[in-house]
Design a protein around this ligand. Structure first.
Ligand SMILES: Nc1ncnc2c1ncn2[C@@H]1O[C@H](COP(=O)(O)OP(=O)(O)OP(=O)(O)O)[C@@H](O)[C@H]1O
Length: 339
């Protein structure tokens, strides 16, 4: 079966453009048992993810991301509210939801003793794929993730990045409409991470598929069409990365001068702007850094260096959660921190 049919089941007409994910007032409370209090993991989430979107779900540890995803994948039953995935209700139409989603979670579900191809065939059997579809679909998804030449190799001989790519191939076998990727690149080296994203980009370019992603990596969040920032079981912010960054407001101008005291007074008196000090520099927060810098020079200051930094998604994350994405990034491995 050609790759162009991925995302649409055989015989199905892709005219239905209902949201890929629709969530209304979703609540999940885990009972705390006799001695402990209940845990309100999800406290009223509303969400619409249109078909075809790359949607990012971000939040600090314990924010409720995994619980929400597990509800969407029918693995956890909500306490209240409703959720539909690919047009099917996650409680009343579990089997339909499962047929239309692909899952790539952090824990591997591959059998290391089987070959890549055997793993995919096993998956096809579980999903009851038509016999005639299996071989061509296996070819297509292995090609998609760049593993066609390793199809007969035992998975235990694969690198971490190859295993993750095979997981994605497996998740795509049954033509899901929505692919859930839960921290898909965690633990991978930078090269494997970049490679995996190449395949996701290719998948999105060629297929009518929605990708629902959780990540703690800022650069991965930047790739998303829209992101939701979740904290304490609620969505605190929702929008495109550009819109969310614009919402934070201010560019940050950092200027090193020959005389900071004099510069501070001049900027305050002549430009009417307050500065703060930071490690031998003055910092000004301003809506438009590029316009502000020439005005600084007009003051006749001896400026040794000046830099303008636009708000990052990390600033957005900090504004809504009080934590930095970069904290998790650092914990996960060296990957070029913030500024
Ligand atoms: N099965 C469970 N029983 C009890 N409490 C749970 C259960 N699953 C999750 N929780 C609690 O619900 C809250 C939300 O957890 P969840 O795993 O959804 O967060 P998360 O945003 O995915 O965090 P992380 O980034 O660490 O994966 C946490 O306080 C967690 O301890």
């Amino acid at each position: 079966m050609p790759l162009t049919t991925l995302g649409t089941l055989p015989g199905e007409v892709a005219v239905d453009r209902a949201p890929a994910v629709q969530v209304r007032d979703l609540v999940k409370t885990f009972p705390g048992g006799k001695k402990r209090t209940d845990v309100e993991a999800v406290r009223g989430i509303d969400l619409d993810v249109p078909a075809g979107e790359l949607f990012g779900f971000l939040g600090p540890n314990g924010a409720g991301k995994s619980t929400t995803i597990k509800i969407l994948c029918t693995l956890v039953r909500p306490t209240a509210g409703s959720a539909q995935v690919a047009g099917f209700d996650v409680v009343r139409q579990k089997d339909d939801v499962r047929r239309h989603i692909g899952l790539v979670f952090q824990e591997t579900t591959l059998d290391g003793h089987l070959t890549a191809e055997q793993n995919l065939r096993f998956h096809a059997e579980i999903y009851g794929m038509a016999h005639t579809d299996v071989a061509p679909r296996t070819d297509a998804v292995l090609d998609m993730v760049g593993l066609a030449d390793r199809r007969s190799a035992v998975v235990n001989t694969f690198s971490g990045g190859m295993k993750r790519r095979l997981e994605i191939a497996r998740g795509l076998m049954h033509s899901p409409r929505v692919l859930f990727l839960d921290e898909p690149t965690i633990g991978l080296d930078p090269e494997s991470r970049a490679g995996l994203w190449d395949y996701v980009d290719r998948l999105r370019a060629e297929e009518d598929i929605t990708v629902f992603l959780t990540t703690h990596y800022m650069d991965e969040a930047e790739r998303c069409d829209r992101i939701a920032i979740v904290d304490g079981g609620r969505i605190g912010a929702l929008g495109s990365p550009a819109a969310l960054k614009a919402g934070v407001g201010h560019d940050r101008v950092r200027v090193v001068t020959a005389d900071d005291d004099a510069a501070e007074a001049l900027v305050r008196d002549r430009l009417g702007v307050e500065t703060t000090r930071e490690r031998g520099a003055l910092v000004v927060l301003t809506p438009d850094g590029e316009q502000f810098v020439p005005r600084l020079f007009e003051l006749g200051l001896t400026v040794r260096s000046v830099s303008v930094t636009r708000p990052s998604l990390d600033d957005v994350f900090l504004a809504y959660t009080g934590a930095r994405l970069a904290d998790r990034q650092a914990a996960a491995g060296p990957r070029g921190g913030r500024r």
